[in-house]
Design a binder for this molecule. Structure first.
Ligand code: SF4
Ligand code: SF4
Length: 465
């Protein structure tokens, strides 16, 4: 059995004070000047060393307060209040919501799983991944001594064309070589986001992280400069507007990514020739009918397909359809055509939480690319100022490669642990077995249909009493 894969994390502090969900408001007017002011009773002593970060105009109390509400409840004149921070509410957008962003910051800083306390106050269903529930029934029999205990849970996956059978000689030795396949120890690869205040040093930091994590980093070919020479084996150059015949001729990279149009124009001979030196990955925008196009590419000889959803995890041509639906459709089509096991499906787009990784694998992906969480790990607020050519409020471009690498490793460490928790709770010991295990999940649309489908369609103008 191979050695256990463990991601070692350590505290990597923020460079800027994060925007907190709430702030403390302490009115001076009406203060009785009590001999023992409630502020002196704060067990975290946040009032004792209160200060103002003049650069960011942030009161230190907002970040240090642990929300115990002792001072709020004890002030006899009720002069101390906690209030929601409007700046926090304004971070991100409708998909990359403040809670997701702040949890990503926390994971990148600490490498720990975010815990939100007992109970769950949010809605039980929503669009996309929120309409899926994973089956944690094995949680009644958790691993004996935790996710890093004696029981072995493998998160390793294979990328490339898997052989349909192996041939052995009479003395039991494997005949021939298994080529065109690589193994990564976690089903997550990195991908440089499509926007961000990104400098060559930032990309170098991500490449360092990918190498230390033993995974891959997809990066546009133009960004692969001499600085990244040491990381060639870890990089997946994204090649654009070049004929397929030229793909992989440098021989430096194990994988190369091409767009769908280039792949569709390639001949079978070119695909076979490229396949002997590099694994070509075809990026397909997630659009209606993707399953037919995916199968056509597989028939042509491609074995690694990357399904790219929008940043909000929807189809690129239909915001009411989601990445999970597209991945399921392609996965089931390949099963129907008896081609699934030879193909590796990668998915990306709107994967913002560790649970999304587990869910998209359950829908049929073998592995994922994460992109924007890598940027948020560097304190990005998803404000999109950089897209308009404006300065970045947290100067992502000035971060050192080592800091970028450590923050990225922390984030992936926290996600890896969550994946182990989910798999352990499901009783699944191998990420390869999680792929397509739709029986381990419940889908809102299926439950809705089985529970209320017999009631028929509601006619227009009809009102429930
Ligand atoms: S709410 Fe609790 S932690 Fe926050 S300032 Fe008041 S006493 Fe301190
Ligand atoms: S914080 Fe805003 S400007 Fe900076 S990288 Fe993120 S989206 Fe771009």
């Amino acid at each position: 059995m191979p050695a256990k894969y463990v991601i070692h994390t350590k505290m990597v502090p923020h460079r800027f004070e994060p925007i907190t969900r709430s702030g403390v408001i302490a009115w001076e007017e009406g203060c009785l000047k009590c001999a023992v002011c409630v502020k002196t009773l704060c067990i975290y002593h946040v009032y004792d060393h209160r200060g103002l970060n003049a650069y960011q105009m942030i009161d230190s109390i907002d970040n240090e307060c642990m929300n115990c509400f002792r001072c709020v409840q004890s002030c006899p004149k009720e002069l101390i209040h906690k209030s929601l921070n409007p700046e926090f509410e304004a971070i991100g957008d409708g998909y990359w919501i403040p809670n997701i962003i702040s949890k990503l910051w926390y994971q990148a800083e600490t490498g720990k799983i975010p815990v939100s306390g007992a109970g769950y106050p949010g809605p039980f269903s929503g669009p996309g991944f929120d309409s899926m529930w994973t089956d944690m029934s094995e949680i009644v029999r958790p691993t004996r001594d935790g996710i890093h205990g004696r029981e072995y849970i493998s998160t390793g996956v294979d990328i490339g064309r898997k052989p349909t059978c192996l041939t052995f000689s009479r003395d039991g030795k494997l005949e021939g070589e298994v080529t065109g396949i690589i193994n990564i120890p976690l089903p997550i690869m990195l991908r440089v986001p499509s926007f961000g205040s990104i400098a060559p040093e930032t990309v170098k930091g991500w490449a360092m992280a990918a190498k230390r994590l033993a995974t891959m980093l997809a990066v546009s070919e133009e960004m692969v400069g001499p600085d990244l020479e040491d990381f060639a084996g870890t990089l997946v150059p994204i090649v654009k507007e070049r004929p397929f015949q030229e793909v992989g001729i440098s021989g430096k990279h194990a994988m190369v990514e091409v767009d769908r149009a280039t792949a569709e124009a390639a001949s079978r001979e070119d695909i076979a020739r490229a396949g002997s030196s590099v694994i070509p990955v075809v990026t397909m925008p997630l659009e209606k009918g993707i399953e037919e196009r995916a199968f056509a590419l597989v028939k042509k000889g491609f074995s690694v397909l990357h399904i790219e959803g929008s940043r909000q995890s929807t189809f690129q041509d239909s915001p009411s359809l989601f990445l999970k639906d597209g991945v399921r459709a392609v996965h089931l089509k390949l099963i129907e055509e008896n081609a699934r096991d030879q193909v590796t499906l990668l998915a990306s787009g709107g994967l913002a939480m560790a649970e999304h990784v587990a869910k998209v694998i359950i829908c049929g992906a073998d592995a994922v690319y994460v992109d924007f969480p890598l940027l948020v790990a560097l304190e990005c607020r998803m404000c999109r100022r950089c897209r308009k050519g404006l300065s970045c409020p947290v100067h992502v471009e000035e971060a050192s490669p080592e800091w970028v690498a450590l923050r990225t490793i922390n984030l992936l460490g926290a996600w890896h642990n969550q994946l182990l928790e989910v798999m352990g709770a499901m009783g699944i010991r191998d990420a390869r077995r999680l792929r397509g295990e739709a029986g381990r999940a419940m889908f809102f649309e299926d439950l809705d249909e089985s529970t209320f489908g017999s009631l028929g369609e509601l006619e227009e103008g009809y009102e429930l009493e």
